[in-house]
Design a protein around this ligand. Structure first.
Ligand SMILES: Cc1cc2nc3c(=O)[nH]c(=O)nc-3n(C[C@H](O)[C@H](O)[C@H](O)COP(=O)(O)OP(=O)(O)OC[C@H]3O[C@@H](n4cnc5c(N)ncnc54)[C@H](O)[C@@H]3O)c2cc1C
Ligand code: SF4
Length: 517
């Protein structure tokens, strides 16, 4: 079976789904190839047991670490990709993130484009994904040409109290930018009901601004857009010169199918995009497609993250907790010479989710069950930038499986950020409420399988010797191959990556529309 399209997009997540949305108006024939299906709408969407304990929506994929040990990566193969489960914290990178930054473990390199180049696309991305926020509260944010399209999601009383305490302590808490379709001015007609099962869960009522609901679904009635689900791209074939992709090989329902497109955009997520390119080695591209520089798969980043539950005597009855952020330690401070990162809230703990994440951590309070702990916890998420280390890389084995070799960077910075969080809690009134004489924080580092923020495996740049993609995200070595997902990041900053992937997809979409005009 062979058909020709103007554009073939592989993957429908933040990158691919948004790219399709950007191109659909052009009238060009677009084929979307998605290995997953639509995520089923069912009560399990909002049940922590199937979601966190049983991992119902995590792919059955097996990846291997550098010692050949298998693990199940926390990746999600659905229309909408990882955004189906994401927390919808939609941050812009800081302007300085686009320049070179010195870190404790090394250098975070400069991007070939600046914040100013990305700014208009960030604004468009915020409009499309209905981001709620209050400009001007976060002292580290860059200038913006447009206000947030929606007012910030309000704090519930406990979070408002924490925010007030922080402000009194001299910190600069801000309302976290958030892509949920909540209309607080008209709650009866708001699509979002402001529930406790958002961060890490699919949204049963389709009120989360994910790539499925926002970008892909609205295109499905268009005659020029075709979506094939259950369509796993296994390989790309080129002409004899090696400059043009001529065939997209798909495994669907156990059959091999080949599609052709004038332009092919790989948007399968950082690890899987590298996998597709590496598994497409040929005589003209012996080390993998577009890999003459040996950069495909290298510089894998996924953030140095820690989830921290601070346990207090007073109950925390917050429902939607992800409303507050702190960037006071994003860059160097007078006490520490390196950037530390971002502090934000994470979805409210509940006993089932805690059981799924930390099954053996009940030692901290034998008299408390996990339910008590969850009811009393205030839950924080710490992110420190990890650096693009060439040895942190995706390769594929002889069966084509992903092998992930990774060592963390910037552990020292994360240690300092954790120290700052403890100071925050102690200095802003929460210490007095702690259950234990010694303050207690239950912290969880995110293991290798927690690859939610994966990025960097096909970085863009001006120099073909050190990058895979040019500044339009076209492969240096091919004329019609693009990679449009988080793979293009030369560095990852310390804020969540999806808005940057979305903004970039809109930017590349604009380039492709001009190219095809
Ligand atoms: C639980 C969770 C919470 C998160 N929270 C946030 C947050 O609050 N804020 C934020 O900014 N980011 C968050 N993220 C990260 C964010 O979702 C990702 O950065 C973003 O979705 C990456 O976009 P992408 O296009 O690179 O990949 P994805 O969105 O993962 O899309 C890749 C797509 O490609 C498909 N695919 C893969 N291989 C193939 C193949 N061979 N053939 C065909 N299709 C293929 C996949 O099924 C998927 O649909 C979170 C992620 C998770 C998992
Ligand atoms: S908070 Fe809103 S967007 Fe999030 S899962 Fe609940 S209803 Fe959906």
């Amino acid at each position: 079976m062979s058909e020709n399209y103007d554009v073939i997009i592989i993957g429908t997540g933040a990158g691919g789904g948004t790219l399709a949305h950007a191109l659909a108006q052009s009238g060009k024939q677009i084929l979307l190839l998605e290995r997953g299906d639509f995520l089923p709408r069912e009560m399990d969407n909002w049940d922590p047991k199937p979601v966190f304990v049983e991992g119902k929506y995590i792919s059955k994929d097996t990846w291997y670490d550098r010692d050949g040990k298998s693990f199940q990566p926390q990746v999600h193969y659905f229309v909408g990709g990882a955004t189906k489960l994401y927390g919808a914290a939609l941050y812009r990178l800081r302007p300085q993130d686009f320049g070179e930054l010195k870190h404790a473990s090394g250098i975070s390199p400069a991007w070939p484009l600046s914040y100013d180049d990305f700014e208009p696309w960030y604004s468009k991305a915020e409009q499309l994904y209905q981001v709620h926020g209050n400009a001007g509260e976060d002292p580290t944010e860059g200038p913006r040409s447009e206000p947030y399209p929606w007012p910030a999601v309000s704090h519930e009383p406990r979070l408002q109290q924490i925010s007030d305490d922080l402000a009194k302590g001299g910190y600069h808490p801000f309302h976290a930018p958030c892509g949920i379709m909540l209309n607080e001015a008209d709650r009866p007609r708001s699509i979002c009901i402001r529930c406790a099962t958002c961060d890490g869960y699919p949204c049963l009522v389709h009120a989360k601004a994910d790539a499925d609901v926002i970008a892909v679904r609205p295109l499905l009635d268009r005659p020029n857009v075709t979506l094939l689900t259950g369509a796993e791209v296994t390989r790309l074939e080129t002409d004899e010169s090696g400059r043009t992709v001529t065939g997209v090989v798909v495994s669907r329902d156990g059959n091999r199918e080949v599609y052709t497109g004038d332009i092919v955009a790989v948007c399968a997520g950082a690890a899987n995009s590298a996998k597709i390119l590496l598994n497409s080695a040929s005589d003209t591209h012996p080390h993998g497609l577009a890999n003459g520089s040996d950069q495909v798969g290298r510089n894998y980043m996924f953030h140095n993250c820690k989830a921290v539950a601070a346990l207090c005597t007073e109950k925390n009855d917050t429902v939607f907790q992800k409303t507050l952020g702190i960037n006071d330690f994003y860059f160097a401070t007078k006490d520490y010479e390196y950037p530390m990162g971002n502090i934000q809230m994470v979805g409210k703990s509940n006993a089932e989710a805690m059981r799924g994440e930390q099954p053996d951590k009940t030692w901290f309070a034998p008299e408390w069950g996990l339910t008590d702990a969850a009811e009393h916890s205030v839950d924080w998420w710490l992110t420190t930038e990890d650096l693009p280390v060439p040895e942190n890389r995706v390769t594929t084995d002889s069966d084509g499986n992903v092998c992930l070799s990774y060592s963390p960077s910037n552990d020292e910075e994360m240690g300092h950020l954790y120290g700052e969080l403890k100071k925050i809690l102690n200095h802003t009134g929460m210490a007095a409420h702690h259950v234990f004489r010694k303050n207690f924080y239950m912290d969880m580092a995110i293991p290798l399988a927690g690859c939610a923020h994966q990025a960097g495996t096909c970085r863009f740049g001006a120099d073909p010797a050190t990058s895979v993609l040019d500044t339009d995200c076209k492969a240096h070595e091919l004329d019609n191959l693009y990679v449009v997902d988080t793979s293009f990041f030369p560095s990852i900053g310390a804020v969540n990556p999806a808005l940057t992937a979305i903004a970039n997809a809109l930017r590349v979409g604009d380039h492709l529309r001009s190219r095809m005009a």
